[in-house]
Ligand binder design. Structure first.
Ligand code: SAM
Ligand code: SF4
Length: 494
């Protein structure tokens, strides 16, 4: 009989990709995916440990499962990923009904671990080495890159996929748990990446997002003294037939080199969109965070991005309420957000992480209410900036890769046969418009007519699809063509 698998994922894109790969691998071992936890034979939680809140969510979900597991002891419960690597045996102390604890670097062993629980009934722990416990090569080996065959059904959409180009992180920002739970930075072989991109394109994928904690630090030493960087990797995969868009996240400000910016400008399929977290606008805070740059350096880097890649959209992350952040240092972050023109920013309240340098060295001395207030204030400033950026796009024609019905469309039916669709531009702006559902997966041109801080609203211009010709050139221009320059009419596509 087919066995059923339930998987819940929290955290970043890396976790979404890991879950896709886990499902792909377990399907090949006869498992079928279910969205009902009570129907599943194997229940997995792929976890995040970047902030405490993400961990609490998982421990509560595990708590809710306890009586279900008592009633059905043969069901297998597994905790995977970052929290598994961080908490190790503590997971079973807090939730003794967990059968499997499996870290990010050991996911390939999951089928074997499940079989072992079935055979012995005993709990199984699969963890990578602590970075301080062994030599770098040994630790690297214990964090293997997990990139088996893919499972299209687990992707954000069938025509969009993540591709891991590196694992781990060597930056050791003082607040961050990632270098311990995802291990040393290791870049994947460019040929393996290129082969995966070809395979995804053959399966109908049009947009790929290259993933790395500091994706622009990608470097592969070929052994003959040559070092391949992200700019060259982009060049290698650019002409893959079928691929129309290439994005890459997340960038580290110090590694934003000119050769990379030149590649973004010169390669038409590479999206002019850069996610480059600043974290703070205050030099004292940046120093305590060990971000390795100053606010002035960040501003210069931003100017270089805008100069080298005209029309580039930049987004950022900020942490508010980090240890020792005074009202004045917080104001420096506000200044940066006011000036930088970010498309959007993700703003987080500092969450102390046991095992990080900041947790050892500095007291968590900003009160929770202050963190909350700073979070809201910074968000309000960013929203005003985003609204301005969005309003400036009214009247432009943008290329939108249609992702599916909007959230609102899922709730209501306009009765016109058209649905409200949503998609993204090359600059990662979200666009909502009416159209036929058959446009999902297509790239269409939309005239922007209205804007909020989060969304552009528009009308499809023509039925003409935008794409790439076999020679790698675009069949249409890039985003942001002013509407008046064309003779196209705005018609809803049916
Ligand atoms: N590697 C990416 C980088 O350096 O920008 C981001 C990795 S982290 C998973 C994503 C974001 O979470 C970070 O940019 C940071 O803003 C936030 N973050 C990390 N540790 C945090 C902590 N202890 N408390 C609050 N936010 C945190
Ligand atoms: Fe964490 Fe810093 Fe590495 Fe990003 S660069 S994953 S914030 S240690």
């Amino acid at each position: 009989m087919t066995k059923r698998l339930y998987i819940e994922t929290v955290g970043c894109q890396m976790n979404v990709l890991d879950s896709e790969l886990v499902v792909g691998s377990l399907r090949r071992h006869g498992y079928e995916l279910t969205h009902e936890v009570t129907e599943a034979d194997v229940i997995l939680f792929n976890t995040c440990s970047v902030r405490q809140h993400a961990e609490e969510k998982i421990y509560s979900a595990l708590g809710r499962l306890r009586s279900h597991k008592q009633r059905h002891p043969s069901k297998i419960v597994g905790v995977l990923g970052c929290m598994a690597q961080k908490d190790q045996e503590l997971v079973r102390k807090r939730a003794p009904h967990v059968d499997i604890v499996c870290g990010t670097g050991q996911l390939s062993r999951l089928p074997e671990l499940i079989a072992e629980v079935e055979r012995t009934g005993l709990p199984q722990l699969a963890l990578s080495l602590d970075r301080a416990e062994a030599s770098r090569p040994e630790v690297e080996q214990s964090f293997e890159s997990y990139d088996p065959l893919r499972d299209p059904s687990m992707r954000p959409s069938p025509f969009q996929a993540y591709v891991r180009i590196m694992i781990g992180c060597d930056k050791f920002c003082t607040y961050c748990i990632v270098p311990s739970v995802r291990g040393p930075e290791q870049s994947r072989h460019p040929e393996h990446i290129a082969a995966e991109v070809r395979q995804l394109a053959d399966e109908g994928c049009k947009e790929i997002t290259l993933l790395g904690q500091t994706v622009n630090s990608y470097k592969y030493d070929s052994g003959d003294g040559r070092r391949l960087r992200l700019s060259e990797l982009l060049g290698r995969i650019h002409d893959t037939t079928g691929i129309e868009r290439i994005k890459f996240i997340t960038n580290f400000p110090k590694d934003m080199t000119d050769d990379l910016l030149d590649a973004v400008r010169e390669l038409p399929k590479v999206c002019p969109y850069l996610h480059v977290p600043a974290q703070s606008g205050c030099n004292d805070v940046l120093k305590r965070m060990k971000r390795l740059y100053t606010a002035e350096y960040y501003r210069d880097m931003l100017a270089r991005c805008r100069e080298n890649v005209p029309g580039v959209a930049v987004s950022s992350d900020f942490i508010v309420g980090f240890c020792g952040e005074t009202e004045e240092s917080f104001q420096r972050s506000c200044d940066l957000v006011r000036e930088a023109g970010f498309k959007n920013s993700f703003i987080f309240k500092y969450s102390p992480r046991p095992g990080t340098k900041a947790d050892d060295l500095y007291p968590d001395d900003v009160a929770e209410e202050v963190k909350k207030r700073r979070n809201n204030d910074l968000l309000a400033i960013q929203n005003a900036v985003s609204l301005q950026d969005h309003r400036a796009r009214i009247g432009q024609i943008v290329e939108v890769l249609v992702e599916g019905p909007s959230k609102a469309a899922l709730k209501r039916d306009s009765g016109s046969g058209l649905v409200q669709l949503t998609g993204r531009t090359m600059t990662d702006h979200i666009v909502v418009f009416e159209g036929n559902e058959r446009l999902v997966g297509q790239t269409v041109e939309v005239m922007v007519q209205e804007a909020t801080a989060f969304t552009l609203f528009g009308t499809v211009v023509t039925e003409k699809r935008v794409g790439f010709l076999p020679d790698g050139h675009r069949s249409s221009d890039r985003d942001g063509q002013p509407g008046k320059k064309t003779d196209r009419v705005a018609l809803p596509v049916i």
